[in-house]
Write a protein that binds this ligand. Structure first.
Ligand code: 28F
Length: 655
């Protein structure tokens, strides 16, 4: 065993000197390193929640993708096994098995036992590498009860096995294989002592990311098999068109402005650039940007390069082709992007991730690279496809007119001197504090729940805005129609931030926006609408972490003076099992928020001491937005599918 070897010869000082740089020393460093990972897993994988759990899979897949980017792997198979463990297999060169000079250990061992040993740091690594944390296989090993790896290389097969990051079976050759069989297989069990919330992998989370990776790496074939299901099927994700197919996928079910998405690729300064775009006839802009396969939610230099280039090229085209009259102003970038769906993907040799969630690309050379790659090809495309060019320009002109109309409408709604009490919507019960930091706005479904919330609240910090019925479907409505909607107008007025292009988060009157809807399908629908509205028109509120979802309980159990609130049938059953038969416990099931009296609503859902709030992340809001599109899309089948799955989906959102 590994530990036993390290005990040899320590008595001889000379020998020790000689080895100081070799196995003993490195092994101490190894255990120290992996111990650090187990002590503070969040530092390496973000968190130990369900997201952190899935991060283990991403780290392993990243290594296969690196092998793809290096030009070797063509296929990655991901399997969730019957026992809940995960296997990832690629057909790359296989992790090297030779003994390394520095450590005296096989490279295959070092990759799993030394932090940062994946080749992503220092010389000799890959040109381009993904992975937000970039710490690789050793972190997964440290956080797994068991992990084994198999390598096929040069006609031979090797295995090695670990337990909590320590070698339990040293690397050994286990047989021969044909020369054309090569690659790496990693199989691991997440440690329940680390992932205390759950060690159960979610097929939806896995499939979504695997599909995204397939779009982002054209030609790469990824498969997913869930053997926990009785009828284990294999999903294959393989897109020869890459992000061009991604754009078509995003626009599925929507009317489009021209046949095929525009696709551009090029390499500048060692930066690989790909852009795909298509216009829908709708109003929504979808722009997704990626750097080294990481979704850069906060944008960055590649995004700014794309936006600048797009605005310049379309305006230049409109002028050259005389669609603009001499006196016409240029279109704004926002107007040009209305209705556009675009995916921008760069692969950078040394990506710098910045911003609150480290999802903003900081490399300024990426801006120039995207601008150059995109503008040359796109202006040529417009020249060669004047009917498409004209449609894009005219769509921008329409957006500009709507923007002017909306501005006028806004000026009427909003009095000159900013926000006065008189301007606040009548239905709003505002809080008394003027400090946004401590102020919370509860958006409450229905007037009856709104009434209870008004009576039960803490007046200093909590404002209540009742919302009636289903508010407007934002994605299908234009700006002026959205603005005409009373519910939405109340919301923006109450919030004080302004709207659309004038949106100013520093004017937000509340730093908590809490959506409080029933735990039924209608409640979920209203919540979906609100999240979509926020995602599309108040995204900074989500990015700053100002948006929350309240989680009212389902049951109350009262026994004498003791009151307990519970969320699920199972919890109720468990709790009832712990109670004495007398006095007789009284169980109440809440059908909706409207059924709670003011005290109950305060105790269960509003009191900061007891309540549970889920903060809405940009990722979650984006997911909701995608589901929303399905729900509202013109296609019949995805809509029905959504409604069928809706109840389950609501659970996911609450998790
Ligand atoms: C299922 C997970 O981890 N695949 C990998 C390779 C290939 C090489 C490599 C990996 C060598 C010493 C750093 C092969 N031949 N799949 C994977 N495939 N790592 S991980 O090298 C790592 C370096 O330490 C590889 C030649 N060069 C690189």
């Amino acid at each position: 065993m590994a530990e036993d070897k390290s005990k040899n010869n320590l008595s001889e000082a000379e020998e020790f000197e000689k080895k100081a740089d070799s196995y003993d020393a490195s092994q101490i460093q190894v255990l120290g390193g992996l111990e650090a990972v187990r002590k503070r897993p969040g530092m390496y994988i973000g968190s130990t929640s369900v997201q952190g759990l899935h991060h283990l899979v991403w780290e392993i897949i990243d290594n296969s993708i690196d092998e793809r980017l290096a030009g070797f792997a063509t296929q990655i198979e991901i399997t969730v096994n019957e026992d809940g463990s995960v296997t990832v297999q690629d057909d790359g060169r296989g992790i090297p098995v030779d003994i390394q000079k520095k450590t005296g250990r096989p490279a295959l061992e070092t990759v799993f036992t030394v932090l940062h040993a994946g080749g992503k740091f220092g010389g000799g690594g890959y040109k381009v590498s993904g992975g937000l944390h970039g710490v690789g296989a050793s972190v997964v090993n440290a956080l797994s009860t068991k992990l084994d790896a198999t390598v096929m290389r040069d006609g031979k097969k090797y295995t090695i096995a670990f337990d909590h990051g320590r070698v339990v079976q040293e690397m050994k050759e286990v047989g021969e294989v044909p020369l054309d069989q090569h690659g790496t297989i990693v199989h691991f069990y997440p440690d329940p002592d680390i992932f205390t919330e759950t060690t159960v992998f979610d097929d939806k989370i896995l499939k979504n990311r695997i599909r995204e990776l397939a779009f982002l790496n054209k030609g790469l074939k990824l498969t997913f098999t869930d053997k926990r299901k009785e009828t284990a099927e294999t999903d294959v994700y393989h897109f020869e068109g890459g992000i061009k197919e991604y754009v078509s996928f995003l626009n599925k079910g929507q009317e489009i402005l021209f046949d095929e998405p525009v696709y551009v690729e090029g390499t500048y300064d060692g930066i690989d650039v790909e852009v795909a775009l298509q216009y829908t006839t709708g109003y929504k802009t979808t722009m997704m940007t990626f750097a080294n396969n990481i979704h850069t939610y906060e944008g960055g230099m590649h995004e700014s390069g794309f936006k600048t280039a797009l605005t310049r090229v379309v305006n230049d085209y409109a002028r050259k082709s005389k669609i603009f009259k001499d006196k016409d102003d240029n279109l704004s970038g926002e107007d040009i992007r209305e209705g556009m769906t675009a995916v921008v993907s760069v692969k950078h040799p040394n990506p710098q991730f910045e911003g609150q969630t480290k999802t903003k690309l900081g490399n300024s050379d990426a801006r120039a690279a995207v601008d150059k790659a995109f503008s040359e090809t796109f202006s040529k495309f417009l020249m060669e496809n004047p009917q498409v060019g004209r449609k894009i320009v005219e769509k921008g002109q329409l957006a500009a007119r709507a923007r002017v109309a909306a501005k006028r409408a806004r000026e009427v709604t909003r009095k000159k001197s900013g926000l006065e009490i008189a301007n606040l919507p009548g239905k709003l019960a505002d809080n008394t504090s003027n400090d946004p930091e401590i102020s919370e706005l509860f958006i409450v479904e229905g007037n009856s729940a709104g009434g209870s919330a008004k009576q039960g609240r803490s007046r200093l910090t909590q404002a209540i805005l009742p919302i009636r019925g289903k508010i407007l479907n934002v994605e299908k409505a234009s700006m002026d129609r959205i603005l005409a909607n009373q519910e939405i107008r109340s919301l923006f007025t109450a919030l004080g931030t302004g709207f659309g292009a004038d949106f100013d988060i520093s004017k937000a009157r509340y730093h908590k926006l809490i959506i409080m809807t029933d735990a039924d399908v209608d409640g979920a629908h209203i919540r979906t609408l609100l999240l979509t509205l926020f995602y599309n028109y108040m995204r900074p509120m989500i990015e700053k972490g100002y948006v929350y979802i309240a989680r009212p309980p389902l049951y109350q159990v009262r026994q004498g003076k003791v009151i307990k609130y519970l969320d699920t049938d199972e919890e109720l059953k468990d709790y009832m099992g712990t109670l004495q038969p007398s006095p007789k416990p009284i169980v109440q099931r809440y059908k909706g928020l409207g059924e709670m009296d003011p005290e109950q609503l305060w105790e269960t859902t509003m009191n900061p001491e007891n309540r549970r709030l889920d903060r809405v992340s940009p990722e979650m809001a984006k997911d909701v937005d995608e589901v929303f599109e399905l729900l509202m899309g013109n296609e019949v089948s995805p809509r029905r599918e959504f409604i069928e799955k809706n109840a389950k989906y609501v659970e996911n959102l609450d998790a």
